[in-house]
Design a protein around this ligand. Sequence first.
Ligand code: SF4
Length: 277
Amino acid sequence: MRLHDSTLVPTPTDIANHLACRHLTQLDRARLAGERIELRQDPRIDALRHRGETHEKGFVDSLAAEGLSVTDLRHHDDPAATLDAMTAGADVIVQAPLQGDGLSGRADVLLRIAVPSRLGAYSYEPADTKLARDTRAGTILQLCAYAALLDPMQGLLPEHIHVVTPLARERYRTAHFDAYFRFVRRRLEDDLAADPPPATYPEPVPHCDVCPYWLHCNRRRRADDHLSLVAGIRKLNVRELERQGIRTVVKLALTGGALPAEPHRGARETYAHLAQP
Ligand code: SF4
């Protein structure tokens, strides 16, 4: 995300992050506004990033070994360099800067395909290299964003988007995810434009494992004695307890497991179990 003429311009990664955690979007926004937020330094995340780069390099090397021409734009920030490479007809464009229509980002790989476009007898489709065996929704949304950015450059929305895992090369139809992409993008843009910002809370989500804000969010949960700190608790249990006016671990413990009212969600025994020290 970056600030351009006092407008926040999200990247495709911001869209994926927003899907993973709305609070993350607000922390990004606060940082851009100058708030100091301590970021996590985690060698495991650095190692994961390194493995990701190695995987991308392996994929690009395999394309070059097939005899395809590769244009690497990692040292360029101007989207004009991507358009130049597209116009020149490179087979593969790596780390391509893209920008337009309120979005900017850098696509891992653009693949030339034999579908005519404004460029000539060919066009490009975006590919993302990912280590995860199961493709996440955020990855698909990221690729939809790159496809949307390519659309005006070649006068054609790429029909397919590609995910390259260590085990397989997966192909998805862009149109199947377009409505969902536009929905999440709109929600992100609304959240970024909202004044005051929407009230979000750092409730734990799977993305916390790799999120740079983990230290900050964990401190906040501990300071609030938030119910998410209870071992084994689920989001629906937290919602039910909040509905009954129980918002902290201490308050839950003080109930001794006996809720004030019949739970709408979950069994009484579950709450009795969760209240045990
Ligand atoms: S650490 Fe977790 S809760 Fe906090 S911003 Fe990141 S994903 Fe969201």
